[in-house]
Design a protein around this ligand. Structure first.
Ligand code: SAH
Length: 236
């Protein structure tokens, strides 16, 4: 099989590398939602102290660093060399130990079967040709009872309006072409893939944007941005 990689996407993020840690730059939306996803992971998985955590498609390490600050043993993978360099340097400057690797999750799964307590794959599935292959590799990497967090964007007119017209064209929060609407993923599709990978869907939560307060909050509305949490069976 050809690799499950869209080189245009990797290139797009590599070009962004210098901006990963600029809270007002093109990664601003990720900085805004990061505390929400960290809260959600803490709510669902409890204390991460000493847990083995894998962050798939880590970019500059915005989430990886937050997980390392919770005293987890974090391994983080991506394919954009430039982003990984930024991530390594930033972690070092902040005294955080994170094992950054340039690798696909499918490659990682060939060596680290059932090694991880928690795996996160945030805002990445909508950039790969075959999201199921990513989820399947994550399932192999999880320990029994391990938890997988997947976040992505729903595929409907509201998401198109908010993310493509709103964030790219009107607010210019992120560069034009950041998102490809056809790759957005409906929760029902994501749930099907998760179940085909023999994981149990445990919870799903929205990251809702509130226009009036200009803030994101965790909530039950999964129309646009959402996170799904799944668990591996105790016996697998
Ligand atoms: N997860 C991070 C970054 C999201 S941006 C966060 O939420 O803060 C999406 C990232 O996925 C980019 O860094 C891009 O390089 C990476 N990516 C895209 N396709 C990938 C693949 N097949 N394997 C690993 N990383 C990939």
């Amino acid at each position: 099989m050809t690799q499950n990689i869209d080189l245009n996407e990797i290139d797009k993020f590599a070009k962004l590398a210098a901006q990963w840690w600029d809270p007002n730059g093109q990664c601003k939306p990720l900085h805004i939602i990061n505390p929400l996803r960290v809260d959600y992971i803490k709510q669902q998985s409890g204390d991460l102290n000493g847990k083995n955590v894998l962050d798939v498609g880590c970019g500059g390490g915005i989430l990886s660093e937050s997980l390392a600050k919770l005293a987890a043993n974090v391994t983080a993978i991506d394919l954009a060399e430039e982003s990984l360099m930024v991530a390594k340097l930033h972690a070092e400057q902040n005294g955080l130990l994170i094992n950054y690797q340039k690798q696909t999750v499918e490659q990682h799964a060939e060596h680290y079967l059932a090694q991880y307590d928690v795996i996160t794959c945030m805002e990445m599935l909508e950039h790969v040709p075959d999201p199921f292959s990513i989820i399947n590799a994550c399932a192999k990497l999880l320990k029994p009872n391990g938890q997988l967090y997947l976040s992505t964007i729903n595929r409907n007119n509201k998401a198109k309006l908010m993310l493509i017209y709103g964030a790219e064209y009107i607010a210019r929060l992120v560069p034009k072409g950041t998102h490809d609407f056809d790759r957005f993923i409906r929760p029902s599709e994501l749930m099907d893939w998760v179940e085909h990978a023999h994981l149990a869907v445990k919870d799903i939560i929205g990251m809702e944007y509130h226009l009036l307060s200009n803030q994101f909050r965790l909530g039950r509305n999964i129309d646009v941005n959402y996170i799904l949490m799944a668990e591996k069976n105790a016996s697998d």
